[in-house]
Design a protein around this ligand. Structure first.
Ligand code: NAP
Ligand code: COA
Length: 267
């Protein structure tokens, strides 16, 4: 008997009849979530700033046969965000799942960071998450499946992150927003959770924050399981939270990092 792949763990129609919006769905972890959600039958709305990246993502998803809408927009722009939500609702008749994945980050000592550099990251990561949660509320409330919000955060949002203080601070804000909304929106049936990835191979985050700086091996040594994760590891956790199996889960931090956060403290 063959060993099932990770994706075989869930049934093929796990997310059929649901519409998911993924910010930053054109590359890296966001695209990985899009691929997995498409393979489980969800209709997709993907955003990002770069139209060409979005077009390439749409082309790669086409063989999966699920409807995909891409919208070029910046998560920092609230009016554009409202338009994205309106487009999703018009095209698919509603919105069930919102994944706030878009983020910006770069390594820079705090004293060298310019106010604009700080603002850029906080605006994308934290205010961008505000924008999408705020604009999507009515649609999520109306979801017959119970709306789901999944915010992609970081263990460094709890531990702090020397060299990426802007991203750590912004993700700490997102973590607090998740917990606040889980309680505020519980009565509306909307589940709000964090997923905290560890280092994921082949992504821009791992490349720019570790590998390009010659820190790849060091980062690997911090992972208890001794390996980097795959985008599927994050995407499948999101699929679980978005599925009927996630009905009683809200306000949680789902850490998917091979034990990095724990081992990091012992080095
Ligand atoms: P990535 O490939 O650079 O993905 C970021 C996505 O967000 C891209 O699609 C990008 O597209 C979009 N984006 C960036 N700024 C945007 C803006 N202002 N408005 C709209 N879209 C924007 O990065 P990744 O490494 O996959 O990271 C994805 C998420 O996982 C982030 O939340 C990150 O903090 C988290 N994470 C990653 C790792 C890792 O190992 N990679 C570890 C822990 C957490 P455009 O450039 O076209 O806008
Ligand atoms: N070191 C120090 N400062 C930097 C920097 C770096 N590596 N990269 C950008 N900045 C500063 C810029 O100098 C600018 O500040 P200034 O106007 O005072 O000079 C500020 O950050 C904004 O830069 P800009 O390029 O105009 O911002 P943007 O809105 O076009 O892009 C970023 C946002 C900077 C976060 C960009 O890196 C990005 O688009 N990232 C998305 C992808 C990503 O980060 N993926 C990994 C996710 S974990």
């Amino acid at each position: 008997m063959s060993v099932p792949s990770k994706r075989d763990v869930f049934r093929k129609d796990l997310l059929a009849g649901r519409t998911a919006l993924i910010t930053g769905g054109s590359s890296g972890i966001g695209f990985g979530i899009a691929e997995v959600f498409a393979s489980y039958g969800a209709s997709l709305v993907l955003t990002g700033r770069d139209e060409q990246k979005l077009a390439a993502a749409e082309e790669r998803l086409a063989p999966l046969g699920t409807p995909v809408v891409t919208v070029a927009s910046d998560v920092r722009d609230y009016a554009a965000t409202q338009a994205v939500i309106a487009q999703a609702v018009e095209r698919f008749g509603g919105l069930d799942i919102l994944i706030n994945n878009a983020a910006g980050n770069f390594n820079c000592p705090f004293e060298k960071m310019t106010p604009n550099g700080w603002r850029a990251v906080v605006d994308i990561d934290l205010n961008g998450t505000f924008n999408f949660c705020h604009a999507a509320f009515e649609a999520l409330k109306a979801s017959s499946h119970g709306g789901r919000v999944i915010n992609i955060t970081l263990a460094q949002g709890v531990s702090g992150w020397p060299g990426s203080s802007h991203a750590a601070s912004a993700k700490a804000g997102v973590t607090a927003l998740t917990r606040s909304l889980a309680v505020e929106w519980g009565p509306h049936g909307i589940r709000v959770n964090n997923v905290l990835p560890g280092p994921i191979s082949g992504t821009e985050g791992l490349r720019r924050l570790y590998e390009d700086r010659g820190e790849g091996e060091k980062e690997l040594s911090r992972v208890a399981l001794g390996q980097f994760g795959e985008t599927d590891d994050i995407a499948l956790s999101c699929a679980f939270l978005a599925s009927p199996a996630g009905e009683f889960i809200t306000g949680c931090d789902m850490t998917v990092d091979g034990g990095r956060w724990l081992k990091r403290q012992w080095l």
